[in-house]
Design a protein around this ligand. Structure first.
Ligand code: ADP
Ligand code: ZN
Length: 725
């Protein structure tokens, strides 16, 4: 039988307390984070006390840590079942860079590599194993009872459900996990699951009384914005300005069609930007290439259809632009959620046009579940047309209420000022009546503004009474106000009649009764921003000191990433770099305390980053070689032995021993296995006992100088401990 390692007996509060403390210590040592996000700690203790769980958290919510930390807290291995093979490599790289031994078994590696890794499982050297469901089903029968498994984590667990949108047949047989390992806890994780799917996950996996965790879907770091009816050039200009703003990072442009994605990609490349296209019409190898180039930071932007994104775990996506409105809020939320996964500031901008609605309506008509999909589209449209905080609308869709406006969406930042729009409404409505609802929005505006273009004149629209009645307003103003009239339900768009505008019964009533209508005041935001942007493009942008430092740290990161053949965000996330900019660490110790910098990364990277920061700050005094005792402790904890510490710091081993003595005397070092062997210790004690005055000379040739003195400090420590007990 397999080991029953993660106690199934109910845990005493004291145990839970100790798990929490140790988990927090691991979070700081290996990840460099000082606090857990909500739910993470409860999820970890649930697993550590042997209970099953279902975890619902949005993408970027911090699910991985929930199953990774149990691997650090127990002797057993954590098996992570994931359908996203392409992602495994990245996750293993991220773990390894933090000093956590992890590996993956999948079809992208040679069979020999896979065999090797599976063998290593028994040695306890691999702490976290990523495996595809198909492969797990093959292996699970071969595993012997010697294999100590601490936890099974089922990632993307919605794939198990027929109700979910990503059903994978390979997942349905995963109930064999619980059958074969009834006492090993299972943690099922997903970012998308309605109640039906949620229950299905638990049932399909045969979980025992699982605890359900539902994290907040709020992603406050992503700002939300909708631009209504932007023109073609305006769209491209805007996307270019995003690329410029985040020159060293990347973004995604989502398009409704393959053609649209290709066209956008062409435009961007035409303007000299590094762009790549991704959609389901490309071959598998073309798609993989595009995805790799995006992940490695080769390109600044990917122009894609919805086919792109599943399994994208790149933490420095800073922006997502929707060139077209998505078909429902679930998709929208998942797509914007790919930005800002490191928690640093990110932007989501959606272009909204009535033409999209027509296309999306036709999708709905062709879909299997018309009524449902029509309703979902209607909710999406409400979001796009909102004059309320957009985040509140989004979260309320997921049944999550927040009792305040978010302050980070366009509506919150530009709360609409109301004006008396009665006269404008009457002009527009009567124009529609006079032309018998025979025009779309552009034509209507041209009529109101008295434009004399050919088609308009030919159809006699220049002879109606309201022709030119709205000359005083710009096209943009009319466009905005008519959009509002549509949102208010005064006007309807006849999608089946060339998108011509019609009066609704409510509009007819307003027109007849001439009642007052309030509209949100129009601000020519775009024109102002465009003017600003022009000067930005012409001159070199003025960066603030913080931005300058950030740029330099990114360069340092880039160099390291290239040398180590990993994507830059594996070295440090943007969020960690931003923290460095804020804290400005000037030595190794300060560096180690930066949020997002764990022990291993401290040891590996402190020099180049601290050097860059010191240079930037004009600190001329030479960087000390790091003589502090604390630094020695840190290196020791990161797995360095005395010789390696001496070398890393450029000091003599005897000095390291002096530090160790100091640490032992201060009770800061309590595990001596890495600094002295049992034989060495006993030998020192023996000689000290027999030759108390000249033990040093006798031992000099046998062991490093400094070691005997440390052994004596250890004895003192042990005596102290006994005394306390
Ligand atoms: P998910 O798997 O839910 O999509 P991840 O586990 O990849 O999300 O986490 C997203 C980001 O949040 C990662 O950069 C991760 O390091 C960071 N993160 C997770 N937990 C914490 C925490 N407690 N404090 C700070 N950052 C965290
Ligand atoms: Zn808001």
């Amino acid at each position: 039988m397999h080991s029953d390692h993660s106690a199934t007996t109910p845990s005493a509060p004291a145990d839970i307390q100790s798990i929490r403390q140790r988990a927090t210590a691991m979070l700081s040592r290996f990840y460099g984070y000082s606090t857990f996000r909500p739910l993470q700690l409860d999820i970890i203790t649930t697993a550590m006390t042997g209970r099953d769980s279902v975890v619902l958290m949005p993408t970027g919510g911090g699910k991985s840590i929930c199953y990774q930390i149990p691997a650090l807290l127990s002797d057993g291995v954590v098996i992570v079942v994931s359908p996203l093979i392409a992602l495994m490599k990245d996750q293993v790289a991220a773990l390894t860079s933090n000093g956590i031994p992890a590996a993956a078994v999948n079809s992208m590696q040679t069979e020999e590599e896979n065999r090797d890794i599976l063998e290593q499982l028994y040695s306890g050297r691999v702490r976290i194993l990523y495996i595809s469901p198909e492969r797990l089903l093959l292996e699970i029968d071969r595993w012997s009872s010697d294999l100590n498994i601490a936890l099974f984590a089922i990632d993307e667990a919605h794939c198990i459900s027929q109700w979910g949108h990503d059903f994978r047949p390979g997942y349905t047989r995963l109930r064999c996990i619980k059958e074969q390992y009834p006492h090993v806890p299972v943690m099922a994780l997903t970012a998308t699951a309605d109640r039906l799917t949620r229950d299905d996950i638990a049932a399909q996996l045969a979980l025992t009384d699982p605890r359900l965790f539902i994290g907040s879907f709020d992603r406050p770091n992503i700002s939300l914005r909708v631009m209504t009816n932007p023109g073609k050039t305006q769209r491209v200009n805007f996307i270019c300005s995003m690329i410029d703003r985040y020159r060293n990072d990347s973004g995604i442009v989502y398009c409704i069609s393959r053609k649209g994605a290709e066209e956008m990609d062409r435009q961007l490349r035409g303007r000299g930007y590094r762009s790549v296209v991704y959609h389901a019409g490309l071959s598998v190898s073309e798609r993989n290439l595009a995805q790799d180039r995006f992940i490695n930071g080769d390109v600044q932007v990917v122009c894609a259809t919805v086919a792109f994104g599943m399994g994208i775990d790149k933490s420095n996506i800073r922006w997502v632009v929707h060139n077209n409105m998505p078909r429902n809020i679930e998709s929208y939320y998942q797509e914007i959620g790919r930005a800002g996964r490191d928690g640093a500031k990110a932007e989501a901008v959606m272009f909204y046009s009535y033409a999209d609605i027509a296309t999306l309506r036709s999708f709905v008509d062709e879909s299997g579940q018309q009524a449902l999909n029509a309703e979902k589209l209607a909710r999406m449209k409400e979001y796009a047309e909102a004059s309320l905080c957009r985040r509140r609308i989004l979260l309320s869709y997921f049944n999550e209420t927040i009792d305040h406006d978010c302050g980070n969406c366009d509506v919150c930042l530009n709360p609409p000022e109301r004006i008396d729009g009665t006269v404008l409404v009457l002009k527009a409505l009567s124009a529609i009546v006079r032309i018998n609802g025979g025009a779309g929005i552009t034509m209507l505006i041209d009529i109101l503004r008295g434009v004399s273009r050919q088609e308009l004149v030919q159809r006699g629209f220049d002879r109606i009474k309201t022709y030119g009645a709205g000359r005083d307003l710009s096209f943009g103003e009319w466009n905005a106000y008519i959009s509002q009239m549509i949102q208010l339900g005064l006007i309807d768009i006849a999608y089946n009649e060339h998108n011509h505008l019609k009066l609704t019964p409510y509009g007819r009533k307003i027109l007849d009764e001439r009642s007052e209508v309030l509209l949100a005041k129009y601000y020519p935001m775009e024109s102002r921003r465009r003017a600003g942007r022009k000067s930005v493009a012409e001159e070199k942008p003025q960066l603030s000191p913080a931005e300058q430092l950030l740029e330099q740290l990114k360069t340092v990161r880039e160099k390291i990433a290239r040398k180590e053949h990993v994507p830059p965000y594996i070295v440090f996330t943007d969020k960690a770099l931003l923290e460095m900019v804020r804290v400005e660490p000037l030595d190794m110790e300060q560096f180690s305390r930066v949020e997002g910098v764990g022990e291993r990364k401290t040891v590996k990277y402190w020099r180049p980053f601290v050097t860059a920061i010191r240079k930037f700050k004009g600190v001329t005094e030479k960087l000390g070689t790091g003589l502090s005792v604390e630094e020695t402790l840190l290196l020791l904890n990161a797995g360095y032995d005395v010789a390696a510490i001496a070398e890393a710091k450029g000091i003599k081993p005897i000095t390291v021993y002096t530090h160790l003595v100091e640490l032992i005397n201060a009770d800061k070092l309590t595990d001596f296995s890495s600094v002295i062997t049992r034989e060495q210790y006993l030998r020192v004690m023996e000689v000290v006992k027999t030759h108390p005055d000249d033990y040093y000379d006798i031992l000099r040739d046998e062991m490093p100088a400094g070691l005997p003195r440390m052994a004596i400090a250890i004895t003192d420590f042990l005596l102290r401990k006994k005394g306390n007990a």
